[in-house]
Design a protein around this ligand. Structure first.
Ligand code: 4HQ
Length: 248
């Protein structure tokens, strides 16, 4: 996947693009990220990219010219495919695992990181296919949201995460939270590992994990359970969990 990022702070992306799993994906070519500084496209002699809002009000607005020219530049280099142009914005569709899965199918994304009070509406009207929010809170710029989006989408590209099972099993993959995990030692300061996990009985282990996954979801994110499509077996396990909760 190719991702072009339009930002006033390209340096913010360098640590995440050179570390850990995303760093490896960039190294082995599964992910190609081009960073463009919006300021480099400003035509005025002070390289100013923002201006006062028409109609008055506080804050500054990213002017159309630098963004139009940056977008013409990145779109020029790809007449063949039409990239998905995304603006990071609190007004956008809230990112979740389902949206991440859809975006992981794209060959090419262009991500615009706003700053100040936002971007001139004409940039959105002419270029933006999708506005994406990472949650209902306000940040100082779109860079952290863009990094969250890149991380969450890139790890779904086949080969980026070592074991594809680990993207299949995890929280939200099925709309349930994960079960508790343990590693050695068996006893740490008196806290022990549930014995079923040492039993070697894989059917019992699967049942325990599914039940604890349902327990976790019921306790911490009951809203997720309302939307999950549970099998009769899962409904039965959930009933057991609920009875156990009443008992205590
Ligand atoms: N901002 N999810 C303001 C966000 C945000 C979010 C990005 C702050 C754009 C101009 N973006 N700038 N939450 O808070 O995506």
């Amino acid at each position: 996947m190719k991702i072009d990022v339009l930002t006033l702070f390209p340096d913010m992306f360098i640590p995440m693009l050179s570390s850990s799993i995303i760093g490896r994906a960039v190294e082995n070519g599964l992910l190609k990220v081009n960073l463009y500084n919006i300021r480099d496209f400003a035509k005025n002699k002070h390289k100013q990219v923002d201006d006062y809002p028409y109609g008055g009000g506080h804050g500054m607005i990213l002017a159309p010219q630098p963004l139009f020219d940056a977008l013409y530049h990145v779109l020029e280099s790809c007449q063949d495919s039409k990239p998905k142009v995304i603006l990071m914005s609190p007004q956008g569709k809230v990112l979740n695992q389902e949206l991440a899965k859809q975006l992981a199918q794209e060959q090419h994304m262009v991500i615009i990181c706003g700053h100040y009070e936002g971007v001139d509406q004409r940039v959105i009207d002419k270029f933006v296919d999708l506005e994406v929010s990472i949650g209902d809170y306000v940040l100082t710029g779109g860079e952290l949201p863009a990094m969250v989006l890149i991380d969450c989408v890139a790890r779904l590209i086949p080969g980026v995460v070592g074991n594809p099972e680990s993207t299949k099993d995890e929280s939200f993959a099925r709309g349930l939270l994960e079960y508790p995990q343990y590693t050695r030692p068996y006893n740490y300061e008196g806290y022990t590992v549930p014995d079923v996990l040492l039993s070697g009985n894989h059917q019992e282990i699967s049942r325990w994990r599914l039940k604890e996954s349902l327990r976790n979801t019921l306790k911490k994110r009951p809203d997720l359970l309302e939307r999950a499509e549970l099998s009769p077996y899962e409904i039965e396990l959930l009933k057991e969990v609920k009875q156990e909760m009443e008992g205590s």
